[in-house]
Ligand binder design. Structure first.
Ligand code: PLP
Length: 377
């Protein structure tokens, strides 16, 4: 099955009871048993629900893994993955990781004894020096947010295997349509499905796919024990979103390419961050490990004052957190998505007050460029 076909025909596909071509919303919490333990695969919806199961099977197929899991948010998914570890364990993470991931590692999971170190994983040498005897995982986000740095997934997975460490990839920005980390050697891939997978700014959800039966059992144990599952309505919305993921990603890619070209030639833009640009430091790895560069672009207009003006003047780019939806969004990472990262750390990372992040949507490209043109003036 090719990629767009799989988005539509992967997973469970339809409803065996009625012939419905899409999986219905099984809005149900419990299931009748024919004698004790005699059920049809479902007993209680925290443990398993048919609509959620259809989504979990679909994301498993898309990521080419062994088993999939759906959670109530990306953060619930990330937290559940970290619950695979024990007090005293250590995790190495990408330094410009999603702000919420940084927060849960340094303000919540640290209290439970899970220790973390943040390094620039776009250079694998940086990881090597941080591996300890208690390191259990290398957690990478690629491309990163908001600087669009790229980490070599295959290289990290190889290093991790040599040390008997798990490789975990946050694949939110690329989606399985462009990048499938498990096929590059990663053990666990996860998503904020709130973004491209849902794609319409109407669901908050998280997904996890693992590459082995053992990890599948451990992950299900955590999911069922801690209970942060996705409800049937939202599971159904994600299945619906996934059906058009391919055409949305293709169209986004095209729009983004044109916007990047435009911004590269604009005198008010001091720096631009996009892995599709040939001068991007990891362009060749990006090209090798992903089929597309995605719809996220960051650029620096030089000062907080200028970025403020830009944000106030755009009319098609909605000022909002989040990304990956049909409508174009614009944000100021230093004051929004990355506000939970301390100021000195932001400065270290290069997340300045002039750094603007856009998520390119599916509007007509002429309108989007015209909008940026008038706002940058
Ligand atoms: C949004 C986001 C998350 C968190 O997901 P939620 O669905 O908001 O909980 C994690 N990682 C990345 C890369 C994100 O963009």
């Amino acid at each position: 099955m090719k990629r767009k076909t799989k988005l539509i025909h992967g997973g469970v596909g339809g409803d065996p009871h009625t012939g419905a071509v899409t999986t219905p919303i099984y809005q149900v919490s419990t299931y009748k048993q024919e004698g004790i333990g005699g059920h049809k695969g479902f007993e209680y919806s925290r443990t398993g629900n048919p609509t959620r199961h259809a989504l979990e099977e679909l994301i498993k197929d898309l990521e080419e893994g062994e088993r999939g899991f759906a959670f109530g948010s990306g953060m619930a998914a990330i937290t559940a993955v970290m619950m695979l570890f024990n007090s005293g364990d250590h995790v190495i993470l990408t330094d410009d990781v999603y702000g919420g991931t940084y927060r849960v590692m340094t303000k919540v999971l640290n209290r439970l004894g899970i220790d973390s170190t943040f390094v620039d994983t776009s250079n694998i040498e940086n990881i090597k020096g941080e591996i300890r005897t208690n390191t259990r995982a290398i957690y990478i986000e690629t491309p990163t947010n908001p600087l669009l740095k790229i980490t070599d997934i295959k290289g990290v997975a190889k290093l991790a295997k040599e040390h008997n460490i798990l490789t975990i990839v946050d694949n939110t920005f690329s989606t399985p349509y462009w990048q499938t980390p498990l096929t590059l050697g990663a053990d666990i891939v996860l998503h904020s499905a709130t973004k491209y997978i849902g794609g319409h700014s109407d669901v908050v959800a998280g997904l996890v796919v693992v590459n082995s039966k053992e990890l599948g059992e451990e992950m299900h144990f955590v999911q069922n024990s801690t209970g942060g599952v996705l409800g049937p309505q939202d599971s159904w919305l994600l299945i619906r979103g996934i059906r058009t993921l391919g055409i949305r990603m293709e169209e986004t890619e095209e729009n983004t390419r044109k916007i990047v070209e435009y911004l590269q030639n604009h005198p008010s833009v001091e720096r631009i961050f996009y892995p599709g640009i040939e001068t991007h430091p990891n362009h060749s790895i990006a090209k090798e490990q992903a089929k597309g560069f995605g719809g996220m672009v960051s650029f620096d207009v030089g000062s907080g004052e200028k970025s403020d003006q830009l944000l106030n003047k755009v009319k098609y780019f909605t000022l909002a957190e989040s990304l990956g939806a049909v409508e174009s969004l614009i944000s100021l990472p230093a004051k929004m998505t990355h506000a939970s990262i301390p100021e000195e750390r932001r400065a270290e990372l290069g997340i300045t007050d002039g750094l603007v992040r856009i998520s390119v949507g599916l509007e007509d490209i002429e309108d989007l460029i015209e909008d940026l043109e008038q706002a940058l003036k």
